[in-house]
Design a protein around this ligand. Structure first.
Ligand code: BGC
Ligand code: CA
Length: 337
């Protein structure tokens, strides 16, 4: 055979291998191979908490596989762009995925996406970024897996409340019996930004603590943005910040860096997620506490849901309101880190 011909056949062979892996083309109804094809669409791959969910998902899927069952996972990075993510969803559907797991870029864009899944009759599981209930209710095979944002906020407030009541002499720097605080917020319209922000502070005021907000701003879940914001605030408020709330750990760790860079003692700082670096920081006495956002639980619950649907065991599912699977948050401080 001429070399050119050989190359051609080799490429053809490679192409076929690629098609056979992941969500392959045109095998939508092929259950004979007992392969579950899961298409995962992420708002960005560049997010500590989301990466942890995906690592867990891949690990648990691998552990679940056996001779009779293969699980293929195809991951798409939406790069913060909803239009791009919609194209990726189309692609995953065309490639024959049996299930979609969607970490939607823009929570308000879910209805179009659900309609696409419905038309193709592919169950769609949203996670971490919660669509509004009217959207989820469009179709009985649309689900949401996550934690209740307001509960995360309440527990974060509880951590600060306990610390303040037990050690006011340390944390009330100016002895005025008022908490001077700053708030580092996630992305503007994320449910976790809105509700964690509201309920963390509400827990304090509900318990008759007087608070004074010095400043708040969006640092979009990002550590580096949080360093910049906090550095500005440190200059502006001359070391009078007593508490820094952060909607997630990455931003809390950014705030800690800003205080250290400024040569100041780290005040009472709390985050949410319980990522590895946050646990380390708690053990090092820098981060006061965090609220565990269950990355493993999200992955495990999605996979269980998929397996139940695949095996047609829908009756066993403990769905709330027909669509929701909720995971609890948990307080983490030095006591249990
Ligand atoms: C997490 C953040 C994460 C965000 C992404 C939140 O629940 O706490 O760390 O960046 O979800 O959507
Ligand atoms: Ca004070």
């Amino acid at each position: 055979m001429k070399q050119k011909m050989k190359n051609f056949y080799f490429l053809l062979f490679l192409e076929m291998l690629i098609l056979l892996s992941g969500c392959s083309l045109y095998n939508n109804n092929d259950k004979s191979a007992n392969t579950i094809r899961i298409g995962v669409a992420l708002y960005t791959q560049d997010d500590t908490f989301i990466s942890s969910i995906i690592q867990n998902l891949e690990k648990i899927a691998h552990q679940t596989e056996n001779e009779d069952l293969k699980i293929n996972i195809t991951i798409m990075d939406g790069k913060f762009n909803q239009t791009k993510q919609m194209e990726q969803i189309d692609q995953l559907i065309r490639r024959g995925c049996n299930f979609l797991c969607v970490n939607i870029v823009d929570r308000t864009a879910a209805s179009v996406l659900i309609d696409k899944a419905k038309e193709a009759d592919i169950p769609v599981i949203f996670f971490n970024r919660q669509p509004v209930s009217e959207d989820i209710e469009r179709w009985e095979k649309a689900y949401y897996v996550g934690s209740k944002a307001e509960e995360g906020g309440k527990l974060q407030g509880q951590i600060v409340l306990d610390a303040w009541l037990n050690n006011k002499n340390i944390y009330d720097k100016n002895n005025d019996n008022i908490i001077q605080y700053v708030m580092l917020e996630g992305e503007p319209s994320h449910q976790d930004t809105l509700l964690r922000t509201e309920y963390s502070v509400k827990t304090l005021t509900d318990n008759d603590i007087v608070v004074e907000k010095l400043a708040s701003d969006n640092a979009n879940w990002s550590k580096s943005q949080a360093v910049n914001k906090t550095s500005e605030w440190i200059k502006q408020f001359n070391n009078s910040i007593e508490v820094a709330f952060a909607n997630n750990d990455d931003m809390a760790l950014g705030a800690i860096d800003a205080f250290i860079d400024a040569g100041l003692d780290v005040p009472l700082i709390v985050g949410v997620d319980a990522i590895d670096d946050a646990i380390k920081s708690i053990k090092n006495g820098k981060l006061y506490g965090t609220v565990k956002n269950d990355a493993y639980g999200v992955a495990d619950t999605m996979l269980n849901l998929i397996l139940s649907l695949y095996n047609d065991e829908k009756i066993d599912l403990k769905l709330k309101d027909g669509h929701y699977l909720w995971l609890p948050y948990e307080i983490i401080t030095i006591k249990n880190a």
